[in-house]
Write a protein that binds this ligand. Sequence first.
Ligand code: FAD
Ligand code: FES
Length: 320
Amino acid sequence: MHKQQLIDHTPALMRIVDKYQDGEDLCHFTFAPFNEGESLNKDEMPDLCNINKVQPGQFMMLTIPNAGEAAFTYASMPDENGHFHCLIRKIGELTDALFELEPGAMVGGRGPMGQGWPNLKDKKVLVIAGGCGLAPVAAKVDALIEASAEPVVYFSARNEAMLVMKKERERWQEQCKLYEAVDDCSGASKSYLAGRQLADNLDQIIQDDGPFDHVITCGPEGMMLAVCRIMEGKGFPADHIWLSLERRMHCGVGLCGHCYMADHLVCVDGPTYRWDQLGELVVKEKAIRAPESPLDMGHAASNCGEEKEGCDGNGGCGCR
Ligand SMILES: Cc1cc2nc3c(=O)[nH]c(=O)nc-3n(C[C@H](O)[C@H](O)[C@H](O)COP(=O)(O)OP(=O)(O)OC[C@H]3O[C@@H](n4cnc5c(N)ncnc54)[C@H](O)[C@@H]3O)c2cc1C
Ligand code: FES
């Protein structure tokens, strides 16, 4: 049952204060409250820029007049002045328009939205991210570091150019244990773990840095499924594995039904889920859909085109 409140969904005004390329077709944006020059106190700060209102793992809806609105995850928590970061891929109409804008430009935003990651500040956490999935876990990594929880981070990408958030990773090298992997090492400037060997890499990390209390993962859905199955295969409890789902969203506040999965609305009940909850949801959704319609778990999902022997279609053979 989703309780609807009469709340104002008018976007707050924000300003782009910084923008730089951070991976292929990806830009790192810094946003700030539009009226920050008027030395805002915390009560006047729009919620979406308010350090006390945002949790790592939540998202906001970015509006560009005449281009539309779309969901983006907080890649950092807002600071005292309301500045926060997002890592954004140029993929369609809204992001094309956003990439044309320069620092100083005005945009709109609504948020924060959805459920963030659990607290876990006194836990030993393994964070596993793939590709752009690093953005939704980045603020959580920083929060765990700040809480002296010493997270261990494993990050893999298709190739070196897709190893996003370079500045944050350089900082984490000093602040926590960071493992980096790429699928295609050709031309790489240094040596990396082999991204396709996820199970072997996790074995090694658990042996060297484990045991872990919780796992947080975000990336292509095939990778997240592989992580969950590998960890479960090692006897790791499903209710200690957390992941973030990306579903097509329109309203972001539980009104339009675009993001529904089984009886959940991912925009308000998610996007973060425990693996035991999610497994149940996937089973329910399969039961609801016509048998011939494939289970679409978001645009990052893909099938193994090579039909390798032993592939369960979920990345276990390294096909994703
Ligand atoms: C909770 C959440 C957090 C997100 N965080 C980020 C983030 O931090 N950075 C980022 O770059 N993107 C993020 N996204 C994705 C972003 O909202 C979409 O890529 C958005 O559609 C971009 O708008 P656009 O107008 O540029 O592209 P569109 O024109 O909307 O999309 C271009 C093409 O991609 C397809 N497509 C895009 N998104 C989806 C989807 N979710 N499911 C199925 N098909 C899709 C469209 O069908 C279309 O073919 C997030 C999405 C969600 C739900
Ligand atoms: S996006 Fe509208 S209900 Fe979730």
